[in-house]
Structures are given as C-alpha cells and as structure tokens.
Design a protein around this ligand. Structure first.
Ligand code: SAM
Length: 253
C-alpha cells in the first residue's frame, strides 16, 4: 500500500503510477491506489498530491474526480526533475523473507540504483518473489522521495553472476575474512557491492570472487554482521564516502 511520506514534514501524499506523466496528463486509478487515496487518506475532488512514474521526475496533480472505486487525477506541473543517484548496485544472497523485505526497503531508501539477488551455496531462500520485492521498493520510494525506482534483477547463481557482470564496475566484496576498510576502499564511480548469505560464502566461492576482475575485498569492521545489516552498512558507508551524502534532502535532484 502506498505510504504517506514522513519527510519532508507535512508533505503531500506521494504516489508511484505506471502512467507516463506530463503537463495536462490524466491518470485513472482503480483498485488499491484509488481505495488508498479515497478511503484511507479521504482525498476529495480538488485535493493535491505528488506523482512520479519512475522516469520523468515528480509532478503536482489534483484529484479531478473522486468516485467510490475509481479516481481521476489531473497532472498540473513538474515539481522535481528526475534525480541523479549514485551508480551503486547491491548484490545480496536472499535470506529469510522478512529480512529480505527489510533489506529491499532500506536499500531503496539509501539510494541503491539496482538490486541483484544472487543464489550462493549456503543461500537458504529457495524462491524470490520479484513482484513482492518490487512492491516493497515502490512503497519505500514513495516514502523517501525517490523519483527513480531501483531496478530489481532476476535471481542468478553466483557463477552466472560472476560470468555475466560488467568487468568495468568495481566489485566490492564484503568479506568477513578480511579486506580493505570500506571507508578507504570505496571510490566514486560505477560500483557493485556483494554481500554473502547468513552462513557466509564457501571457501571456493570466496576464492572465485576474489579472482574476479576488479574485485576488491572489503571489511565492514571487526564484528560479524548479519547479512542484512552488512548490506545496509556497506551501502550507507558507500553513500557517505563516495555517494551523495554531501547533499541534503531538500537539495536532492
Ligand atoms: N557465517 C559467517 C561467519 O560466521 O563467518 C558470517 C556470514 S555474515 C552473517 C553474512 C555476510 O555479511 C558475509 O558473507 C559478508 O558478506 C557480510 N559481512 C558480515 N560481517 C562482515 C564484516 N565484518 N566485514 C565484511 N563483510 C561482512
């Protein structure tokens, strides 16, 4: 269900829609979104809200017609251009469902450009529901003010992940066995952070990752972090050191 943004305070409801947006566009809503705006937020004809379509930035719209099960929105003007986000991808071995959901929500808030589930030898999750992860990412983007959604890739095995990756993108491999401190290792530029499963990578997998082109083993400190903690700690460290944490929320574009 779409979320009402908590930041900035007292902001308008914010909704992702699949209709391409532009000045004068009309957006027809039914199902969950119409119910949420009409029955949960109780928006009436004339009420304002913000929309984004994942491509064209953010737009101010107004409720043109509020029916019982349908709603028509009229798009008025653009309020923000599409933001540029750091080109950092997060690859992770799916864990239990609740923790994976949490990881996807928080990684979206932190600004990951792409999320890549990677199946490793010790991955316990057998199935990844991409539609569920996409819905979680949309809700997080609505809440945190993103205008671009993170791409979510189909799950692949570690072998295929290593064979298919772009060798120009630095592979920051979170290695609990030791590596360069993350704050020293992270550099601006296309980045791919790889986090292992709850049981860690096998020795064979660690060797294969370390041997991959542009692989940089990194340490996230002296404590063994849970997989989801490691993923978000690494992403936060990247954003602070090489990402966009130099910008404040009201300046982000
Ligand atoms: N079972 C492993 C062990 O006891 O050594 C721990 C795996 S840890 C729960 C899951 C993943 O988080 C690891 O594969 C690694 O990618 C990452 N991780 C956790 N703590 C880390 C640290 N201090 N430095 C680097 N990576 C870490």
């Amino acid at each position: 269900m779409p979320a009402t943004p908590a930041w900035p305070p007292k902001s308008l409801p914010r909704l992702f829609v699949r209709t391409p947006l532009g000045e004068g566009a009309r957006v027809e809503l039914d199902g969950g979104q119409a119910n949420y705006l009409g029955n949960v937020l109780r928006l009436k004809t004339g009420a304002e809200l913000l929309l984004f379509d994942g491509q064209s930035g953010e737009w101010l719209a107004r409720v043109a017609d509020a029916g019982r099960k349908r709603m028509t929105l009229a798009v008025e003007r653009r309020t923000r251009a599409p933001e540029t986000i750091p080109d950092v991808w997060l690859a992770f071995a799916p864990i239990k469902r609740a923790q994976t959901d949490w990881l996807v929500e928080k990684a979206t808030e932190l600004g990951a450009a792409r999320l890549l589930p990677v199946m490793t030898r010790r991955t316990i999750a057998e199935r990844v529901r991409l539609d569920r992860l996409e819905a979680i990412a949309i809700e997080a983007a609505e809440q945190c003010g993103r205008t671009l959604l993170p791409g979510i890739a189909e799950p692949v095995t570690l072998d295929r992940f290593l064979a298919g990756r772009d060798a120009e993108r630095i592979l920051y491999f979170a290695d609990e066995g030791g590596g360069e401190p993350a704050r020293v290792a992270f550099k601006p530029g296309p980045a791919l952070i790889l986090i292992g499963p709850e049981g860690g990578f096998s020795e064979e997998e660690r060797a294969a990752i370390r041997a991959a082109a542009k692989a940089v083993p990194i340490s996230l400190g002296p404590r063994i972090l849970r997989a989801e903690t490691a993923a978000l700690a690494a992403l936060a460290a990247y954003m602070a050191v090489a990402g966009d944490w130099g910008l404040s929320a009201d300046k982000a574009e």
